[in-house]
Design a protein around this ligand. Structure first.
Ligand code: 4GT
Length: 224
């Protein structure tokens, strides 16, 4: 899958994208994330991307004449540089607290797309005309307000990437499967690992017994 991100702060993505499973997914070409600095599309000497709101009020609003050409440049259908294969248009998402809630169901739908374009807002947000004409879906990661759409975009990338076949290793997939079944029931059994005794607190003995039927039973009885 190819994901293009439009943001004023591309540097924010480096942590999450360069560690662990997301780094490995990119190395293996299962996931390609392209970060684009919105500042490059800014207007005038100072590459301005935002302006004060019509009608007055606090804060700044990101300008449509900056954002829309950027979306058009990145999301359009085009022929690949090397092959002649036509790339499909990207599914364009604006991360916003007013969007539809990001659920596992929505994540699984998004994971089936070939390309995503994620637009991250800052300040007071973006001019409404951008949403009305050039965005396919507005998504929120929860009912709280953040300083920008970057963290929500990273959450979305992480959740979608782990649905791409091959991104999780065999053990990770097995663990993930039991976790997502547990998520369906909104329940999970308690997990324990070494050491057997930690500051006087023991691991439940049944888990050390090797009796898989009993372990299964214990786990069923301790869903929380
Ligand atoms: C929260 C969310 C989000 C923000 C969320 C535009 C300016 C939006 C700041 C941005 N806050 N974006 N996507 N809950 N803030 O998903």
């Amino acid at each position: 899958m190819r994901i293009d991100v439009l943001t004023l702060f591309p540097g924010m993505f480096n942590g999450p994208l360069t560690e662990s499973i997301l780094a490995r997914a990119q190395d293996r070409k299962l996931l390609q994330v392209n970060l684009h600095d919105l500042r490059q599309f800014g207007t005038g000497k100072y590459r301005q991307v935002d302006d004060s709101p019509y009608g007055g009020g606090a804060g700044m609003v990101m300008r449509p004449d900056v954002i829309v050409p950027a979306i058009e440049k990145l999301a359009e259908e085009k022929r690949g540089k090397k092959s002649n294969k036509k790339e499909k248009r990207a599914w364009r998402i604006y991360l916003s607290p007013r969007g539809e809630k990001l659920t596992q169901e929505r994540v699984e739908k998004l994971a089936k797309k070939d390309r995503l374009l994620l637009l991250c807002g800052h300040y007071e947000g973006i001019d409404q005309r951008i949403c009305d004409g050039w965005i396919d879906e507005e998504i929120s990661i929860g009912d709280y307000v953040l300083t920008g759409g970057e963290l929500p975009a990273m959450v979305l990338i992480d959740a979608v990437a782990r649905q791409i076949p091959g991104v999780l290793g065999k053990d990770e997939s097995a663990a993930a499967e039991s976790f997502s079944k547990a998520l369906d029931r909104k329940k999970e059994y308690p997990h324990y690992t070494r050491p057997e005794v930690f500051r006087g607190k023991k691991v439940p003995p049944v888990l050390l017994s090797g009796n898989h039927r009993k372990i299964e039973e214990w786990r069923k009885d301790h869903l929380q």
